[in-house]
Write a protein that binds this ligand. Structure first.
Ligand code: SF4
Ligand code: SF4
Length: 468
């Protein structure tokens, strides 16, 4: 593979929240790269030996202007040329636009791309007009990026992935799902450029990663990439989004607006199974909707944990199975812990204990409800508390607390779901599998608490965490 370009998504934050946005950019989006990450990616670009172009994109990269300038300086110092893609919100007049552009021009910016179309707002955009004039005065030759839906009610130049899949698919002519038998836009087997974000995802296509490089070592991810072994890329190469749907027997509609629309719908369902390749949550609109509010179809994971061989210590298994019965699912047990059917909007797991590996899975959900057994000294038969991320790891144990697990998901994968803990008081932790009468009596109450959270609660604004 001979990558020629690395595109850095400096921040997902944006002044706009355009309907056609692939990356769910918005004023409420948060993840922003650090200068250390930018440097590490640029070092990887040099090690790759084939990269000539660095692009700074977003979101809106001018919202991270000091980082943009520092990154451009570092790229030039490594002998790489750089470009920037921006919506020109900062160009409030020609003279002001020049103030923003002069430092970039002095660094020899090779490409300045300005986005302007009816999804971004006013057309023609005054910002793009001022930025174009200022850039020309500085000897630059800016380009303008414009996309629109097709005049024949086709998706036209818009790709129906990201927010576009949710906002624009209803406005285009649909075609039978099984006709989308190839990825028409990306060379997934031999890409010429990839995008890298603050969570370290190395994107082949927005939200579809060849792998993750949290430390910026993109070259290692590229070296390890085997398209034919990648769980999402392999079916896409074999037969496009339709093959991806068939491979995993996914739910689908009869018709879609374009190949990306079907692909994105399939990937949304697969994200909990393959969070290392399908992420971060930002790319799937998890956490924030187009206007900063949470959207519908929140994805919830209920994790019961404890030891079912110590009577009431395993009460969470009974709570989880009460929920599964209500949702028409087979009960979990010794040979079925729930891992095999994680792909819905209400998933369940039962585990002996919480371990760090769970963080990756959690990052694929909007909400998580932990269910455990409390000690006999507990005050209440059933207690519910909200859990906020907090890194507290036991010094000599692989076991983790819910708060630490959320913090790990946030730190490693850029997203932690809103969390709650429902604890059921145990009375008898001796060897055996039968619950004490008191614990058994509390199971319906605990299940009702979880249902109340899953079916009626709204996560808090922002990242959705309430204080524990
Ligand atoms: S399309 Fe561009 S300007 Fe619009 S929200 Fe996305 S990143 Fe921002
Ligand atoms: S078909 Fe899938 S992988 Fe290909 S460009 Fe569209 S969304 Fe990306």
């Amino acid at each position: 593979m001979a990558l020629s370009g690395l595109h850095l998504l400096l921040t997902y934050r944006c002044t706009c929240a355009c309907d056609h946005c692939f990356v769910w950019g918005s004023p409420q989006a948060t993840a922003t790269m650090s200068i250390g990450q930018v440097r590490a990616v640029l070092d990887a670009a040099v090690r790759l030996g084939t990269v000539t172009d660095i692009y700074f994109e977003g979101g809106e990269p001018f919202l991270a202007y000091p980082l943009l300038l520092a990154g451009a300086r570092e790229a030039v110092a490594r002998g790489l040329q750089f470009g920037v893609v921006t919506n020109a919100y900062w160009a409030t007049g020609e003279e002001d636009a020049a103030l923003w552009l002069e430092p970039l021009a002095a660094l020899g910016i090779a490409d300045l791309s300005l986005s302007e179309d009816r999804f971004h707002g006013d057309l023609p955009s005054p910002g793009v007009r001022y930025a174009t004039a200022a850039a020309r005065r500085l000897g630059l030759a800016p380009g303008v990026l414009r996309v629109d839906l097709g005049p024949d009610c086709s998706a036209g130049g818009v790709r129906l992935r990201g927010r576009a899949a949710h906002r624009l698919a209803g406005r285009v002519r649909l075609q039978a799902w099984d006709g989308f038998a190839a990825c028409p836009y990306e060379d997934l087997a031999d890409p010429s450029r990839v995008h890298i974000d603050a969570a370290g995802y190395v994107h082949l296509c927005q939200g579809l990663a060849m792998g993750r490089a949290p430390a910026g070592d993109v070259d290692a991810v590229v070296a390890a990439y085997r398209p034919a072994e990648h769980p999402i890329v392999a079916p896409l190469l074999a037969g496009g989004p339709a093959a991806l749907v068939r491979e995993y027997a996914l739910e689908h509609e009869a018709a879609y607006g374009d190949a990306c629309h079907l692909c994105y719908h399939a990937r949304e369902q697969l994200r909990p199974r393959f969070p290392q390749f399908l992420g971060p949550g930002q790319m799937y609109g998890e956490g924030l909707g187009a206007d900063g509010r949470r959207r519908g179809c929140l994805r919830t994971l209920v994790i019961g944990y404890g030891n079912p061989s110590r009577r009431d210590d395993g009460v969470a298994l009974h709570v989880v199975n009460a929920l599964r019965a209500r949702w028409g699912q087979a009960p979990l047990g010794p040979s079925h812990d729930g891992w095999d059917d994680l792909a819905g909007t209400r998933d369940t797991l039962f585990l002996q204990q919480l371990t760090p590996e769970l963080a990756e899975t959690l990052a694929g959900y909007d909400r998580v409800v932990f269910v455990d057994a409390a000690l006999p000294e507990a005050q209440e038969a059933v207690r519910t508390v909200a859990v906020a991320p907090a890194l507290r790891m036991a010094a000599v144990s692989h076991h983790m607390e819910p708060a630490a697990l959320l913090a790990l998901a946030q730190q490693l994968y850029g997203h932690a779901p809103a969390g709650w803990l429902v604890s059921v008081r145990g009375y008898d932790m001796d060897f055996g599998e039968a619950l004490s009468p008191q614990a058994a009596a509390a199971v319906p109450q605990a299940a009702a608490r979880v249902l109340a959270l899953v079916e009626t609660s709204q996560a808090a604004p922002g990242d959705g965490h309430a204080a524990a």
